[in-house]
Design a protein around this ligand. Sequence first.
Ligand code: S3P
Length: 472
Amino acid sequence: MWTPSRRAGIRRLKHGEFKMSAHGTPIPMTAHPSGALSGEAHVPGDKSISHRSLILGAMAVGQTHITGLLEGQDVIDTGRAMRAFGAEVTDHGAGVWTVQGVGVGGFAEPDQVIDCGNSGTGVRLIMGAMATSPIAATFTGDASLNKRPMARITDPLGLFGAQSYGRSGGRLPLTILGARDPLPVRYTVPMPSAQVKSAVLLAGLNAPGETVVIEREATRDHSERMLAGFGATISTELTNEGRVITLQGQPELKPQTIVVPRDPSSAAFPVCAALIVEGSDVLVPNIGLNPTRAGLFTTLREMGADLSYENLREEGGEPVADLRARFSPNMQGIEVPPDRAASMIDEYPVLSVVAAFATGDTVMRGVKELRVKESDRIDAMATGLRANGVAVQEGADWWIVTGHGMGNVTGGATVQSHLDHRIAMSFLILGMAAQKPVSVDDGGPIATSFPIFEPLMAGLGARIVRTAPQQG
Ligand code: S3P
């Protein structure tokens, strides 16, 4: 069977041998204008929760059982890293995994470099988790990850007593010497980042006493919820300073049975496609609507999208619904409230595609974090949208997409995905509703977060094809 998650990282060499590469052979893809989309889209497990399940499972004493794990390359890389630190991580097939943890403070020193591939979440959370143990580890990633800022993690880890040695600007490859006698930390996160918050909390696990993390703007709270689920003593208080999260260090984490909910960030793609492809009616079942993640859906509804939450219920303490998205010819651009940015930070690329089919301007401010994701997402989307006939203005932390109205986007261009899964998928959605096909130079990165994207979209009626024969 074709497994995109593995294929994307494999390059055929001259004499027929295969080698894993940091970045596989590019997989060009083209999306053709599509007829009405219909049916159910069963999207994979949540990427953020999948990473955290493996990492906290590795820090518990005993066996954690996970179902619905996202088997994207990012998460597979985190599983491999947890093995390198001494946990027994077993793939039982069909999203069922077990992790035999080594306990807080029980990590072994890896004997190889830890390659986190494309994943900022993976590398940043793992650096936090190991930084308060007396071991050394060297981290690297692909060309995208090795450009991304890491000082935002190594600065607070230094307060615990960890030392780090990286490339200029705090870039990977980077070595961390974990603190032998870690100190607890009180840290205000300088930018809205769940990864930084989570790295500090995970480091705080093996420090004595109370570690306190303060965030001025609420970001996704999966780490806090999951730490509480694993038996840590953790509390969150809303104060004038923001959210003050207090964690008691050196708990014994108890293994858990985790059912990973489906990823709202992946649901965004079939939902947005249905809104802009004439005649569509698509159901995306079982999507978590945790308020720290659901900002896109609120925004789309404010723009006039025909998007309903069916069968709204609670599962595992989180709101969950089946999303029904129907073709919405009369959407209007809006000003997205900047204080909503963290709850939809990964969804701005696909929102900008929907905005191109609305009328009027969609204004997105307070989003400078978009410039340090897997790619500079403002630049990548602005360049590709313009090439496809859409007007975009941009500044350091804002951008505005001028809508052309339904059916009025020309398309026809090939754009670069810059090793960024969400850029690739966003432009393929654009091509489904534009007048002419839209191509991406490399759809390979889609396998990092949404390995079943192509068959899932094809099942709804989309025409997304691989445009050049693959080497190997
Ligand atoms: C994530 C946090 C966000 C998000 C990323 C996943 C997480 O990154 O963009 O895809 O799982 O904590 P930042 O913390 O850099 O905002």
